[in-house]
Structure formats: structure tokens, C-alpha cells
Design a protein around this ligand. Structure first.
Ligand code: SF4
Length: 197
């Protein structure tokens, strides 16, 4: 049987191939095993964007497969959103050493080369930035003196895309008292997602 890839999948494959060995920012030469491009449905209406690959993601080449990623994707699946129907990626595609935060020059470069192209190919209706680092790509929280604790679960528009900020699941694992907020945000997202289909 012939496997016909969609136009969007072919465009994503081309983008991935182009940057397989990328060293455009310092993270390309700091011990990463591979770039973690992202995976999922090229026609996704919902994109999940985390901060950066961790150890397990770097080993497997897949985003959100470590402990915190599993918490998020399992909670989404329990709400009826399977990871196969969405697209998941990170702001930077290479693992920062010792899981440090990506630096502004790294996020700027990687977004310009990869993330913004991924968004323009997939054209999602909803983007969920996971954690403050990802959220900063869509709203200047520092200049507006805003915190993720005020913004999580609150949708806003950015370039005709609905952006729904989430706490990072690693933060939820460290702060179990926030679990009910996290699950409530997922339930609200489910309603928004169903409306967007
Ligand atoms: S983090 Fe992004 S820009 Fe930097 S080397 Fe990796 S793929 Fe290239």
C-alpha cells in the first residue's frame, strides 16, 4: 500500500531534515544527542509547546516522554485529547546542559528557525505554552508585570491563534497543591478544543 504523506507532513519533514545537525545556537554544541523536532498530527488544531528537551527526550528524540511530560499527556488523554491528534514540541529543540533554562539568544534563534515555521505550516487554532519560558514567546510577561500564576488557563489571542497558558507539569510534580488548578485548566482546554474542531 502506498503511504501518501500530507503536504503539511512533507513540509515538516523538509524543515526537520534541514536542521537535523543544526548548530545555529550554542545548544547545538553542548552535548545534545539529537534535535528533538516535535511530533504529532501535522493537521493538529492544538499545539503544545514546552520549554526544552530533557534527558529522556534527548535520548528518545521525542518531546514530553519524561516524567513531567507523561503527567501532562496522560491528563490530556483522560480529558479525551490524545497526543496522536495534537502536535507537541518545545521552544528550543536541543537539550540544555544540566537542564538549565534556555538563554534568550538560544530561544530567539531556535524560534526563528524552527518553531515559527512549524506554527506556520501546522496553522493550529490553539497553542498551549507550557510553563513561563514558553509563555514568554506569546506575551511579554515581564514588561506587563504578569505571572503565570495569574495567567494559567486564561485564553488570549495572539496573531489569530488562541493561546492558553499552562503551568509546567514539572512544577506541578513539585507543588502537588496546584494539581487541581492544573486539572481544571485541562478541562477548560478540552471545551475550547472541542469548539475549535
Ligand atoms: S536549539 Fe535550535 S537553534 Fe539551537 S542548535 Fe538546537 S536546533 Fe539549532
Amino acid at each position: 500500500m502506498t503511504n501518501h504523506k500530507s503536504k503539511k507532513q512533507l513540509q515538516l519533514d523538509d524543515l526537520h531534515n534541514l536542521y537535523q545537525a543544526c548548530t545555529a545556537c550554542p545548544l547545538g554544541t553542548m552535548g545534545r544527542q539529537r534535535i528533538v523536532f516535535g511530533s504529532g498530527n501535522p493537521d493538529a488544531k492544538l499545539m503544545l509547546i514546552g520549554e526544552a528537551p530533557g534527558r529522556e527526550e534527548d535520548e528518545q528524540g521525542e518531546p514530553f516522554v519524561g516524567r513531567s511530560g507523561k503527567l501532562l499527556t496522560t491528563a490530556l488523554a483522560n480529558a479525551g485529547i490524545d497526543r496522536s491528534e495534537i502536535f507537541i514540541t518545545n521552544i528550543v529543540k536541543c537539550r540544555p546542559p544540566n537542564n538549565r533554562m534556555p538563554k534568550p539568544t538560544e530561544t530567539f534563534t531556535c524560534k526563528k528557525l524552527l518553531l515559527f515555521n512549524q506554527i506556520s505550516i501546522i496553522q493550529p487554532h490553539i497553542i498551549v505554552p507550557v510553563g513561563a519560558c514558553a509563555l514568554k514567546s506569546f506575551i511579554n510577561i515581564e514588561q506587563q508585570k504578569l505571572k503565570l500564576s495569574q495567567l494559567h488557563g486564561q485564553p488570549f489571542q495572539s496573531n489569530n491563534i488562541l493561546v492558553v497558558p499552562f503551568y509546567h507539569p514539572a512544577y506541578i510534580l513539585r507543588n502537588r497543591s496546584k494539581m487541581s488548578d492544573f486539572l481544571s485548566d485541562i478541562n477548560n482546554l478540552k471545551l475550547l478544543y472541542q469548539k475549535s474542531l
